[in-house]
Design a protein. Structure first.
Length: 151
């Protein structure tokens, strides 16, 4: 099964939705330009944006060299921020992991803890929720609920 991963951050009254791809070395990196939408967006719209980001997530992408630009650079440029530490201030995060396709698709939504610029976001595994995918509205609703548990 193909695993796909998306990060959803809530910062300054807006959602930032970023696709992640797994490198040949096995770690996940942010890819592409993140999506932005206001936190007042309906759950179905948030869910559809997450679905769009999941469709960009891949496995087996080339591992970037150690001296490559930070994968966070497109995000920082999009928001006009100088560094990741500035981004982390006040941000909350939820991870959306998907496996399978169609009626066999399983979604795991996991809130995260903000550990600052050095520690990044770490999952709060005991708060994870796994469910079969039904609709963008269902997905958006579960992500919004997970933000209540994100620290």
């Amino acid at each position: 099964m193909t695993a796909r991963l998306v990060s959803v951050e809530l910062r300054n009254d807006e959602y930032i939705v970023s696709a992640n791809s797994q490198t040949e070395a096995g770690f996940w990196i942010s890819v592409g330009t993140p999506f932005r939408l206001p936190d007042s967006a309906p759950a179905g719209k948030l869910g559809q944006v997450i679905r769009d980001a999941l469709s960009q997530s891949q496995q087996g992408v080339p591992t970037p060299p150690r001296d490559a630009d930070s994968p966070a650079r497109p995000l920082l440029d999009l928001l006009g921020l100088p560094d990741y530490a500035s981004y982390m201030k006040g941000a909350r995060s939820v991870e959306v992991y998907a496996e399978g396709i169609g009626t066999d698709e399983s979604i795991e939504v996991t809130p995260k803890r903000n550990e600052g610029a050095r520690g990044g976001f770490t999952t709060i595994d005991e708060q994870a929720k796994v469910f079969p995918y039904d609709s963008p509205g269902q997905l958006g609703t579960e992500v919004i609920r997970a933000f209540d548990k994100a620290l």
